[in-house]
Ligand binder design. Structure first.
Ligand code: ZN
Length: 83
């Protein structure tokens, strides 16, 4: 049995089919091999944190105003004039 590189506790061996890995029940260290079974680490909170980051850093800009300015084209001259 290996020792945890973090807390020197005894590692638990886990087997997933052909793949065996170790994890530490004391500090939740996990030696996860690069496999398709990799467990995503809380993608939801990461996305929330990212959204919060953008909301706090990016100044509030009216998207309609930005679009109209970027898409600004010269007004076409009126061809037919009635005088
Ligand atoms: Zn540990």
């Amino acid at each position: 049995m290996d020792e945890c590189p973090r807390c020197q506790g005894s590692l638990e061996e886990l087997s997933l089919g052909d793949v065996s890995t170790v994890s530490c029940p004391h500090c939740e260290y996990a030696d996860i091999p690069v496999e398709h079974e990799s467990v995503p680490e809380t993608p939801e909170s990461w996305r929330d944190a990212l959204n919060r980051f953008y909301e706090e850093t990016v100044p509030k800009v009216d998207p309609v105003d930005v679009e109209s300015e970027a898409d600004a084209k010269p007004e076409p001259e009126p061809i037919a004039r009635e005088d």
